[in-house]
Design a protein around this ligand. Sequence first.
Ligand code: PNS
Length: 183
Amino acid sequence: MARKKKGDKTSMGKIAIYPGSFDPLTYGHIDIVERALEIFDKVILAIAHDAEKKSLFTVEERVEMARSIFKDNPNVIVDSFKGLLVNYVEKTNAKVLLRGLRATSDFEYEFHMASMNRSLSSHLDTLFMMTSKDYFFVSSRTIKQVAKLGGSVEGLVPDLVARRLKEKFKLPVARRRMIGWDE
Ligand code: PNS
């Protein structure tokens, strides 16, 4: 049997790829990663360069934040990809894509995406994990909306993300004081 070379991703055990925009990463995403690590040896958080949506954070900013958040967990690899997800997955030898499912409203979009990916790569399966009840209402989109309007996102995103959101949505000093951003 051929020996596995150093750096060969097949030597990493059971790998799941968790793709997404992660714009920004929320505790909902982190919860999925942590639970997935009960099943898989490694989770690759694959941050999309060219997701359909216009992102608030650049891909570099998203990667840097995610790496910092998972810095103490060597089983989480943060990476980014351009173009088709199946082409990225091909390079890793992973067979499973991981996606969180919040509610029935997520289902149609996820079903289409999983079916398209399976049609593009017949050996690729998508595993859905139900979002924990504490986070089923949390999405990157609503987090950005709340943060933009000065609402609190505490407990829904890591502190680092909350700080970066504040920096992105710099509000005038008077408004910041009014909503308690500056004590
Ligand atoms: O967090 P998101 O925005 O729901 O993630 C969507 C993402 C990035 C996983 C999806 O848009 C994607 O895989 N984009 C890469 C392009 C691709 O492969 N498209 C074909 C699958 S429909």
